[in-house]
Each structure stands twice: as C-alpha cells, then as structure tokens.
Design a protein. Sequence first.
Length: 359
Amino acid sequence: MLGLRVNIFSENGLGEPEQDANSALTELDKGLRSGKVGEQCEAIVRFPRLFEKYPFPILINASLLKLSDVFRVGNNFLRMCVLRVCQQSEKHLDKISNVDEFVRRVFSVIHSNDPIARALTLRTLGAVAGIIPERQQVHHSIRRSLEAHDNVEVEAAIYAAIQFAAQSKTFAISMCNKVSDMIQKQATPANMKLQLIPILQYMHHDTNTSAMVRKLCTDLLPSYPAEDFVLVILKTLTQLAATTLVDIPSQVLLLLQYLNHDPRWQIKFRALQHLYHLAQPGAHLWPSGAVDSILDIALKTRSLRVLKLALSVIQVLAESPKICCEHQRPDSKLRELCLRNSLHPDPDIAAQAIQILTE
C-alpha cells in the first residue's frame, strides 16, 4: 500500500503545470512535518523528482537542509530514505551552499549507539563525498568504523571509503596500508575482502603506492582462485593500469594469460573487455606479441561472443599506425581474420571485420 501511494504521488503530485517550485516545496515540507512515518517517507522520496523539475540552487539547498534535519532526528527508516535521495540526486549536490550545516546535521548521528544509524550516516556521507572530499573528521570516522565489530557498520565504512578514495588523493594514500592489512588478514571474511579490493584502484597517485598495490593484487590471485575474486582483482588492476599507464604492458600480459589458460567463460569475456579498455590509451603501450595473441584467439575460437569481443579490441588497436604497419602484409593474421569474417552470418561480426579492413 505504501509503495502504491508513493507511485501515485511521484506520477501526479508534481505533474501539474501550474504548480511552481515554492508550492511544491511547501507541500513536501508539510509531509516532512507529519507525525506519520508513512507520510514523511512519501514526502522524502519525491525530492529527486522535485530537483529534476526545478533544479534551482536555492530550492535544492533548502530541501537538502530540511532532509539533513530529518536524518538527524528521524528513525533509521527515514534516514535510509534520505540516503536514497542523496544517491539519486548526485548531480545536484554541488548546488548546496550551506555544506557545513548539511554535514554537521548528518555527521551528528555518527555518535549514535546504534550501529545501523552509524552505518546509514557513513553511507550518506559517502554519497555526498563529491562535495566534501577533504573533510578530515569524516576520513577519521571511516577509518575508525573499518575496525568496528558490527559487519553492517564495516560494510558501510567500506562503501564510504570507496567514494572518498575516488575523490580525495589524501584519503586514498592514507588508506593504502589500512586496506592492504585488512585484505591480507586471515580474520577478514572473504566477502569483506571482495568489497575492499576495489578501493585499491584509486591508489595511483604515486609510483611506490601503485607498485605496492599491484604486487598485493597479483599475489592474491593464486591465493583466491574463485571466479568472483579473480574478476574483482582483474578489474581493479585494469583500472589502476589505465590510470598509471606504466603498468599497461604487464596488465595486458596478465589478462592474456587468463584469456588463454582459464577455462571459465566469464573470466575470458571480462579479460577481453579489460583488454579493450587498455587498447584505448594506445597500442604503442602494448608489449610485443600481444596483438598476435589476440589474433590467434579470434582465429581459433568457436564462441561468437569471444570473437565479437576480440574484434572490438583489434578494431581499436588497428587505429594505431604501428599496428597497421606491422600487419599490412597480404598474408598477415589480421588480414586473414578480417577476410574470413567479412561474410560472417552474424551482421555485427561481418561489419566489424569490414571496418577493420577499410581503416
């Protein structure tokens, strides 16, 4: 029933042309002041629609200050609703002019005795990391909560750490040793390690840190051969290499190793997607023989998906004059692959092959 009422409000409540921003905000404010949790929730979930319809800084600032007050004094259900608004309204957060007051109200809940309340606070702060990237007080709370005894709070701290590491060089570097220690600890549950590993992709701000992270991740691969671990680690290493560039040769070789020798199709598909991502900075960064390896895979595979992904990688690499020069001979593997597939029954594959030939 509550979900139905929310949908009705969302579709019709703000859809009247004559309703201006002030009257819309006044109506929602009445809902926030209601003594009924259901009506408060209905009002909160309508704010993202309000921001889209009336993206005025004054309105957004006033609205988010009201929501931060609801977060401060409300129950955990209402806090979760406010968190969803912050996550859904990311592109409007920079319109908050009273950032300090907004953060003060939300942050006050971090001192609650309730671990769920603290977890919701961490997630909300993480959702607004883009406007408060260097708040040392928040950084400290995230680090402290990573050592909490309640898993809900720790997982929320991990989420917040990922958001802040993406925004703050200072935070990313300061978290490197902490995250590395947690990943290597036997006591850390496997599912928590899976959540921690993606933070490492942001440790690219100096060569020593990125080298340490790369070694940590490559050492983890043989220790955790399960598919979900391999996928997360390969993605993290690829993101790191794409940012630093200096690690592209070694990462290409690592991905080719999994592509050639790991029998799991999902890992093969992801390896090719990561190779495509690493082809975009330029083929001149790829190690000798890597292009031939991709061509061999494309020539031998019976999987249409592998062939499509391999052709996508080759198509990007073929834009490089270096690759064109190396494979311009009439008997080259590149030409053989394209000629063989130019009349392929799958139109996408045929189009890719012809496009590579004509570049």
